[in-house]
Design a protein around this ligand. Structure first.
Ligand code: ADP
Ligand code: MG
Length: 264
């Protein structure tokens, strides 16, 4: 572990056991993520992306190897790690403000001060006027911004993002990619994104990890060139270097799948 490593996976493996038997989902994954780094995991459906993210979040212990957060073994969910998912899981009967405070309630840190922070985050993410509304009154993109506010207000060091943009229309998706990346960069947060959208991975990340399956393992790591990293995700797509990195990634996934589907 170097000085700035926040997250570390060491020989991580996981076997799921259920009534149908045991299956090895991921095997021998080694990965170190530096403070402030944005890493994406891509790979075909079933290659273990969600499993890796769940293990990072401490939702269940790995059957082999370990996860370290700031050099300490992860033994369960931690307030230092925030999660953002494809579904926003907002409670329909709560206002936006009260939904954004759910993480604080779970962590036992709800107070006058932190509720002010909720309002500030909602305003920062363009939701000031929606604070007293209910989830059904908001668009999909707005709801994901509430989910982001709910996570950020708990001040996690690490954000885990499991396809948070994949249910959104393209235009909204690009805007939200920009907002999320710029916000996390400004705050110096460390992030791990799972996505099946290769352009999104290239546009948002410092590094893209390609996983192969049966069982899930790391096939390749692509470091995103500085020019693309320096640009926000929307402008990054227009850079001349973008296409070649995208094609490199595409070719790698074709090799995984033998030209089959890339989704997942
Ligand atoms: P991805 O997110 O890349 O699509 P997952 O991490 O969801 O992949 O799944 C990896 C493998 O583990 C798949 O073969 C999947 O069927 C299996 N798996 C995932 N969750 C469970 C579970 N709760 N019980 C049994 N097998 C599971
Ligand atoms: Mg998944």
């Amino acid at each position: 572990m170097t000085q700035s490593t926040v997250l570390e996976l060491q020989r991580l493996s996981h076997v799921y056991v259920n009534d149908k038997g045991a299956s090895l989902a991921v095997e021998g994954i080694d990965l170190a993520v530096a403070r402030g780094e944005f890493v994406s995991l891509v790979g075909p459906s079933g290659c273990g992306k969600t499993t890796v993210l769940s293990l990072l979040a401490g939702l269940f212990p790995p059957t082999g190897g370990k996860v370290l957060l700031n050099g300490e073994k992860v033994n369960g969910p931690s307030a230092k790690v925030g999660y953002m998912l494809q579904q926003d899981y907002l409670f329909p009967w709560r206002t936006i403000r009260d939904n954004a405070a759910v993480g604080l309630e779970i962590n036992g840190t709800k107070s006058k001060t932190t509720m002010r922070a909720v309002e500030e985050w909602l305003a920062e993410l363009g939701l000031a006027g929606s604070s007293q509304k209910y989830p059904h009154e908001l668009s999909g993109g707005m709801r994901q911004r509430v989910a982001l506010a709910r996570t950020l207000v708990t001040e996690p060091e690490v954000l885990l993002l499991d396809e948070p943009f994949s249910a959104l229309d393209l235009h909204i998706k690009l805007q939200l990619e920009d907002l999320v990346q710029q916000t996390l960069q400004r705050l110096g947060k460390t992030a791990v994104l799972v996505t099946h959208d290769l352009a999104e991975a290239v546009a948002m990340s410092d590094r893209v990890i390609v996983l192969g399956r049966n069982p899930g393992h790391i096939r390749k790591e692509i470091v995103i060139p500085e020019e693309i990293r320096a640009a926000n995700p929307i402008s990054a797509r227009k850079l001349p270097q973008f296409q070649s990195v995208f094609e490199e990634l595409w070719a790698e996934l074709d090799a995984v799948d033998g030209g089959g589907e890339k989704n997942g």
